[in-house]
Design a binder for this molecule. Sequence first.
Ligand code: OGA
Ligand code: NI
Length: 352
Amino acid sequence: MAPPSLNDFRNFAVTKGHGAKGISDLRLDALPDQYIQPPEERIDVTKVLDKESIPVIDISNLDDPVVADRIAEAAEKWGFFQIVNHGVPVEVLENVKVAARRFFELPVEEKIKYTQENSPSKAVRLTTSFIPKADKVLEWKDYLSLFYVSDDESSKYWPAACKNEAMEFMNKSEFVIKWLLKVLMQRLNVEDLDSKESLLMGSRRINLNYYPICPNPELAIGVGRHSDVSTFTFLLQDHIGGLYVRKLETDFWIQVPPIPGSIVINVGDALEIFSNGKYKSAEHRVAANGNNNRISVPIFVNPSPGEIIGPLPEVLENGEKPIYKHVLYSDYVKHFYRKSHDGKLTVDFAKV
Ligand code: OGA
Ligand code: NI
């Protein structure tokens, strides 16, 4: 296909389905204007704290109350932590990264079958940037988003290049996901998880994120500042790095260093709301990289779309005033997908 004319990069990436990867593959000398972020959205190295890091928690002993304490503390103080010795086999992690790469390296004619316009299922969607229609400046990222409906639907509609590996990653992570939720809920005095399963973790979405090599990475952003709308996110990143978390209540950012075999856990907005602000969904973003492609694979552990989310009664038992109101989770998610990434503003939708 002919390379795009100078002003046609948006069309080439978004409408024609080449994505940021298609632009990356052109090996341009300079980043197209459509991707140049305003200075305040670029990573400012003077705002990065090199000496601080989010907790890394060894969970090999699931019955150790000290482990549970560390998890709850990390969710309160940082909204972000890494877990190691979590029991998800390393081959499963390696395989899903390989599969993600395989998918994004497919020819554009294959990948375009999964864009919003062409995908045979609403649950499968390939996008570049975040919401290209809303994003004034495009984000330097392509992603395949897979909403889990059932095993049958996954095997029918998810791309063959990655479906088995993505399913395996979800299945093999299920045990530790449930355990994490149990620990986080115990600290809120919520014991009866079975009756709350649909509310707290009734749906799953898995994304395959691809951040291609970027000309002028310092002018671009891989993913802009946002918090996730999940209950929590279970994220696998590869060895490249570039994920930054905002230190709560400051203007400073901290890198999340890749640790082989680890999983990054971050509190999402729904859990912040359930806990009436005790657990914090921290803002995060991803830098673009000038030398390497990067892969990450988040599993978003979400409420069922039809549930009404709000502070849990157990949390308010002591007379605490609710700072969030009750909203339909699918309305909350719709609100998130109506606008470009804007830091922590999504949660205002549910503020009292
Ligand atoms: C996300 C996200 C981080 C990463 O997909 O919501 O924040 O490291 N990803 O890719
Ligand atoms: Ni995120």
